[in-house]
Design a protein around this ligand. Structure first.
Ligand code: SF4
Ligand code: SF4
Ligand code: SF4
Length: 303
């Protein structure tokens, strides 16, 4: 007899095809675990008869083929290993992140720290629909943030130092979007092509391209699955604190109003999205919004 029948209801317990067994999903914020935690999971898996583990798309580790009678014990062992039960149902599930500034040359933000902060605030919160949150530190979007209910993308908007471009063309070569051309011997940006990846900022050998400030683009209403949909741009903000404020407001909105059981992306389609966006934008101080349009270099350069 289980001491805690409620454990079956927790999102980290998934009944298998053979209903005699469950798969246990662990909580791994940002997909990062220590070597000791990894060894601990292997020991726990072996202790309860699993011969292998499974790495999930949400950067967690699942232990398969666990007997129902072992659920309480394995949950306690995993908690002692600091890799407790995860979530998979209608709740805020494991927050995922790319390596970001910890390792990646393309990174504009510290995606792992941000994902951990979001996880600390919101993981496991019971919701009317599943809320997946993904952080990518640049527009390469390795963790597919735009296909999550809430996505965060680190961006970096280039500005050229006035009057000093040599026209060497290095930034032109580095820009994958063909957003920069050389005209009359100086670089010119086509703002409509720029995705604000910041690569050109790092490419100029004379350090003439500067960042106007790394920032965080937040999207809502994306999804994968059988009818994938790209999230909509909600707001760009300048600090991780503002990211948390925006995400908490979106989650609170979903909690209050989205109990129809349909996916958030469908519910967003039925909203006056601009009104929803305006409400969120109004909650962020103007100085912490990274709004406005990108200017072409010549307009910003004073040449
Ligand atoms: S999303 Fe960008 S920063 Fe993150 S791992 Fe991919 S390339 Fe690197
Ligand atoms: S920030 Fe814009 S202009 Fe610079 S490399 Fe990226 S896409 Fe190109
Ligand atoms: S902005 Fe820098 S890299 Fe680009 S053309 Fe001018 S000097 Fe060269």
């Amino acid at each position: 007899m289980l001491k805690d029948m409620g454990i079956h209801m927790k999102g980290g317990v998934i009944t298998e095809l053979d209903s005699e067994y469950c798969t246990i999903r662990t909580r791994v914020p940002a997909g990062v675990i220590s070597c000791d935690q990894l060894k601990g999971i292997a020991l726990v898996a072996e202790r309860y008869g699993a011969e292998s583990v499974h790495l999930t798309t949400r950067q967690t580790i699942e232990i398969p083929h666990i007997n129902h009678s072992d659920l309480d014990a394995i949950a306690q062992d995993l908690a002692s290993n600091n890799t407790p039960l995860g979530s998979e149902r209608d709740e805020v599930v494991n927050v995922i992140a790319c390596p970001g500034k910890e390792r990646c040359i393309f990174a504009n933000i510290d995606s792992i720290s941000l994902a951990r902060s979001i996880d600390a605030e919101l993981f496991g919160k019971e919701m009317p629909v599943k809320i997946r949150i993904s952080v990518s530190a640049c527009p390469n979007a390795c963790t597919s943030p735009l296909l999550n209910e809430i996505g965060i993308v680190g961006q970096n908007r280039p500005v050229r130092v006035p009057g000093m471009c040599t026209g060497c063309g290095t930034c032109v070569e580095y820009c994958k979007e063909e957003a920069i051309t050389i005209k009359r011997g100086i670089s010119v940006l086509d703002p409509s092509r720029c995705v604000e990846c910041g690569t050109c900022v790092r490419s100029c050998p004379y350090a003439l391209l500067k960042s106007s400030g790394e920032h965080y683009l937040i999207t809502v209403g994306g999804r994968r699955g059988r009818h994938p949909k790209t999230g909509r741009e909600l707001i760009a903000v300048r600090s991780p604190e503002s990211v948390l404020i925006v995400i908490e407001k979106v989650v609170a909105w979903v909690y209050r109003r989205a109990w129809s059981g349909r996916l958030l992306s469908d519910q967003m389609d039925e909203l006056p999205f601009e009104k929803f966006r305006d409400e969120i934008v109004a909650s962020i101080p103007e100085e912490d919004r990274a709004g406005g349009t990108i200017s072409d270099f010549s307009a910003g350069s004073g040449i």
